[in-house]
Write a protein that binds this ligand. Sequence first.
Ligand SMILES: O=P(O)(O)OC[C@H]1O[C@H](OP(=O)(O)OP(=O)(O)O)[C@H](O)[C@@H]1O
Ligand SMILES: O=c1[nH]c(=O)c2nc[nH]c2[nH]1
Ligand SMILES: [Mg+2]
Length: 159
Amino acid sequence: MAQRYYTVSWDQLHRDGKALAWRLVGAGPWKGVIAITRGGLIPAAIVARELDCRIIETVSVVTYDEEVKGDPRIVKTAAAAGDGEGWLLLDDLVDTGTTARVVRAMLPKAHFATVYAKPAGKPLVDTFVTEVSQDTWILFPWDTEQQFVPPIARSAGGK
Ligand SMILES: O=P(O)(O)OC[C@H]1O[C@H](OP(=O)(O)OP(=O)(O)O)[C@H](O)[C@@H]1O
Ligand SMILES: O=c1[nH]c(=O)c2nc[nH]c2[nH]1
Ligand SMILES: [Mg+2]
């Protein structure tokens, strides 16, 4: 279980996705974007829009069930992308780097970018925006909803 949580709102994800696009804009042109589904889908839509790229392929790897990590399962390959040369490969984050290793083996020449990175996965990424500590679990807006929280004084045991 994670030690802490880092909550990302839709607004922040949009801003961070655009910051990623700024870092990538000089590195193209790209044949297209490959989203690692599902987490990479919305970052891919934001970045593709900013880079004026209309071609979006998908590859799907399932590594987690909520916060529980399992063995990575490839459920879809990106047939059109060959060895990835000229393609931009996008995911929401790298954590342990397990998913990245599997996908990089399939698409070794793709440029791999994520919005967020944890230290263990960072060496596998070519471009990312924000680093969080390894014991932080990132909560994405598609996995969360707004709800009441008690005042800090009460939840910290002050009252
Ligand atoms: O670096 P790792 O330790 O491999 O973790 C990162 C991967 O885990 C999550 O995917 P998940 O397996 O939860 O599937 P999803 O994208 O369909 O939610 C996330 O979207 C990354 O793809
Ligand atoms: O929503 C998520 N947040 C994370 O921090 C994470 N790490 C691996 N897979 C993840 N999924
Ligand atoms: Mg994923």
